[in-house]
Ligand binder design. Sequence first.
Ligand code: NAD
Length: 467
Amino acid sequence: MPTGRPRRRPGSRTGCFAVLDPATGEVFDEAPDQRPKALDAVVERAHASWRGWRADAPARTAALLAAADAAEAAGADLATLLTREQGKPLSESHAEVARVAARLRYFATLHPGPQPLTDGRPVRSEVRWRPLGPVAAIVPWNFPLQLASAKFAPALAAGNTVVLKPSPFTPLATRMLGSVLSAALPEGVLTIVTGREPLGARLASHPGVRHVTFTGSVRTGRTVAAGAAASLARVTLELGGNDAAVLLDDVDVERIADRLFWAAFRNCGQVCVAVKRVYAPARLHSQVVEALAHRARTAVVGSGLDPLSQLGPVNNAPQLARVERCTARALADGARAAAGGHRLDGPGYFFAPTVLTDVPPGSPVVTGEQFGPVLPVLPYESLDEAVEAANATGYGLGGSVWGTDLDRAGAVADRLECGTVWINHHGELSLAQPFAGTKESGVGVAGGPWSLYGNLRPFVVHRPEEA
Ligand code: NAD
């Protein structure tokens, strides 16, 4: 099995790195391995294009709407390539492309107008907004297109230009999207750069960049923030999560089991806001374990290109190794696999959907982010104990409460320390909502108008009431 970070392979052209199909573990294409030095010209061009792009809001709206149409028209090709390099079922790739188009349309027509200020004095003051300049966007491999659009759609709508770097595990669909959108956008307004580290580190610390917006792990997020400190660029970080689902004692287990299962296992568990821990009342614990384990045993795992597959492979070898490590550690600590617990035989990075019980609360699969198809189910005696355990990690991205009495569930939702809490479902995000991790899950607010303001800076114009 290939291991380690994306690398040059015998057969890759000079200046390129290999891209693997996670369903086979084989190389199927390559992408340009741009060197950090190349960013100077790219950022300079983004700066030069900014002048025209920022000046004409109606033209921006028209271009972003045309970009949405172009993404949609290329939907089938984009989705197939995305599944090929990322592994997810084709239906999920189609949904991801649709989300790109929807997001472009949403932001195309969102315009921040001037906001009058009143503080009782006879002065008319209003807040107006200016774009920041070239934005550096860095994204991971779990939702390459969706997360790219979450960066570039609001940044472009606000009048900035963007240099975007996808993960070297999934560079191809993003490159294709960049080329598709270039038919609608002026040159230099959106540039996709691909390459292995230190390309991202250089982009985050580039002196010509005015906003660094990053999605990825907490560890890399810290490095990115430190890099951006050199130029005092604005920093937005959307980082990891360890979302807890708290089941209340009036929950109807059979009724919610499908929803709960897919909230944990969609995209093979590689979702920042996947359910990563379940807390079940002790009385219902074995019923919950069995309901989830049954679904894990019967879920169809296979290549994302096969229309029957419900779960694809883990995206890459290092991530598969991490999932194997944390599962093995939990089993060694005394946990029991009610379903799965191991890699699947054969080529590709497939891991059996796994439900763990009897997991010690301090096990890394509970305290950390497994980011794979492995779900621990933990029993609790009192609700206070469950809420305390749910909040007892450094993460604070999402969480959910499941039960029949919605007022009671709502009261428990108030006690979860995270940016989004769902009741009786988990993971759905509105384009219009603020998406803001608390604690180590993020810095800044993304989503809806908040994303737009995150890409703008206010300035104030004062004038006396009477001229
Ligand atoms: P990662 O942090 O390893 O990589 C993210 C991106 O940063 C990639 O493009 C990578 O090439 C780049 N990178 C790596 N080292 C860098 C450096 N020193 N400087 C600048 N860039 C660098 O994360 P990953 O493994 O690709 O993604 C999984 C993580 O992303 C999980 O923790 C997941 O929860 C998180 N995530 C968060 C959200 C969110 O919205 N909060 C969404 C999706 C994924």
